[in-house]
Design a protein around this ligand. Sequence first.
Ligand SMILES: Cc1cc2nc3c(=O)[nH]c(=O)nc-3n(C[C@H](O)[C@H](O)[C@H](O)COP(=O)(O)O)c2cc1C
Length: 221
Amino acid sequence: MEGDIFRGFFLKDKEHALLLKPFMREGLMPLPVTFISTISRTGIRNIAPWSCVMPVLRPLDLICAASAKKRDTLANIRETGQFVLNLVGADLQDKVIPTAKYSAPDVDEFVDAGLDEKPSALVKPPGIAGCYAWMECERVKGFEEDRYVLIVGKVLRLEVSDDVLKPDGSLDIEKARPLLITGSKKGMHFCTLQDLGVSEAFSAMFPDGKDPFEKKYTEGI
Ligand SMILES: Cc1cc2nc3c(=O)[nH]c(=O)nc-3n(C[C@H](O)[C@H](O)[C@H](O)COP(=O)(O)O)c2cc1C
């Protein structure tokens, strides 16, 4: 049975569960759409959509991005050590393909995609105006394999637009409308989130009811 998942696109097993090929995991696992902005050594501005990103545990200030080998983004991060991870709302969906298309390294992709910059405070690459949050990052480590590189960045500065925050400081997802994709055999399907209106304290998962990281969250910025 194990080998069957490599044969067909969709197969039914004995329990009537659908099996998908292993590379179809994004069909079931929505991914965020972010934009990474960088600049080259010579100052050319670059933007690329990036979905294979994740925070490295809680409460660390690290972010990990997976990159294919042939990316101007990767070359720029290697050369300058800096990038901005821009968090994208659904209203910027129409900028995904223009920034994903191949363009020569000497092309300014802000101009090409019709996006304005939002100056950064601590790094040289600018953020992108119209996004709802910006992580100014410094590369701290790269994990290189034959076909991919994992870039670990330290978030030096995290800024969020006031427009998408609730009075208690949490993200109003109905205002931010974070852009997500799921994959299918047709390609990328764009979607966003729905608020269930349910919250649980982090402390609820610890046997003593105390979150060991609580101070991190209650101390001022
Ligand atoms: C929604 C979306 C998400 C993407 N995520 C990634 C990713 O996580 N890693 C990656 O290497 N390429 C990813 N790509 C492909 C790059 O954005 C694309 O190859 C782009 O042209 C790279 O630009 P650059 O050469 O200027 O870096 C993604 C493309 C799209 C449309």
